[in-house]
Design a protein around this ligand. Sequence first.
Ligand code: AMP
Ligand code: MG
Length: 419
Amino acid sequence: MSGILQTVSCLDGYDPDALRVDKAIEAIKACLTPISQTETVPVREALGRILAQEIVPDIDVPAHDNSAMDGYAVRSTDLSEKETTLEEIGVALAGKPFHGAVGRGQCARVMTGAVMPQGADAVVIQEVVKRDGKRVVVPPGQKKGQNVRYAGEDLAVGKPVLHPGAWLRPAEIGLIASLGIGEVQVKRRLRVAFFATGDELASIGTKLKEGEIYDSNRYTLHGMLSRLGVEITDLGVIRDQPDLLEGAFLKAAGSADVVVTTGGVSVGEADFIKQLMAKLGEVLFWKIAMRPGRPMAFGRIGNAFLFGLPGNPVAVMVTFYQFVRDALLHLSGRTDDYAVPLLRVLAGEKLRKVPGRTEYQRGILYREGGEWKVRTTGQQGSGVLRSMSEANCFIVLEHERGSVAAGEPVAVQLMEGLA
Ligand code: AMP
Ligand code: MG
């Protein structure tokens, strides 16, 4: 397939027949340019979207120095090393400032969030004072500035707070709202079209004929794509027929930024699917040194990127999580570090592995004697989708590594957070 390799210029220098996982990730990233189109949405609808503008406060948050506690606003210079008796001259509530000034020997009652009365520079919490009418007795040990929140200590005028490429979580939505901003510019959603191939695939609602299986990959793919917040077009199951497949590829590539297919890329698969992909665009067929998920196609058809994922139900999920997820987030315009962290835990049992490929064994993370350990879900066949359901993590066994003895540290990638 080296002839095809040469036509995919961004993939120059990568050996498609023995590609390491890290090289495949690098090769994919080298080809991708994030989308540039944006749209303006109300701030609540921006949840999960990717910011396309800089957010620069034009107000301080909080706007005024204010009390962090319920208590008494005092002048710290009035306080002595013994008890100090002050005279309460007014009350400041949140949203109802006290307009007088606190003079020598005076204090003002303040509630949390109330603007600090003029003259006062500390708040003494109500629990420690003794009161007698308007006389307030303050114990020693109070410090200037205590229990005061200063104007701009959260967000300050002119100091950029969010940058283009930020992923907008509930905290960012609140932050934007705290500035009084009602609409934000975000990247448009990435459009992803997908379909499954295979003559053996039956759709839900039909009775299985001999040799058929229900198509599950379109459902796992739909789920994984939904969680990434992309716009999805499901083109269904396409029979292994050149004309139908060609139509599906062209339709998908004509309307989407990314086309994801499942099935048809394995060695034993009818070659015409590969020939077709290669005819329609610049597509490279990879044998990735990984398990599960060795075969994968990557390239372009028209303006769309193509990920031809394997058909085996576990392989499609593993290749999606290890290659497609990050590619889609990058294309969507995310600039934060969205890599799912690898944790080091102890193997709770012996793990069989051969050097020369990266393995993603399905694991169950558990705690034993205060220590996090991991064991496999058992049967690791790439058709055993149950292993993905039972797992809460991937045990990532690195390329060079051989079998792992019980008690050795291994890397795990939590599935929660992958999407
Ligand atoms: P393929 O990559 O097309 O050679 O398929 C590899 C294996 O995955 C075969 O056992 C297929 O029956 C199975 N498979 C392919 N597509 C799907 C699908 N959409 N849902 C469930 N299993 C599938
Ligand atoms: Mg097939």
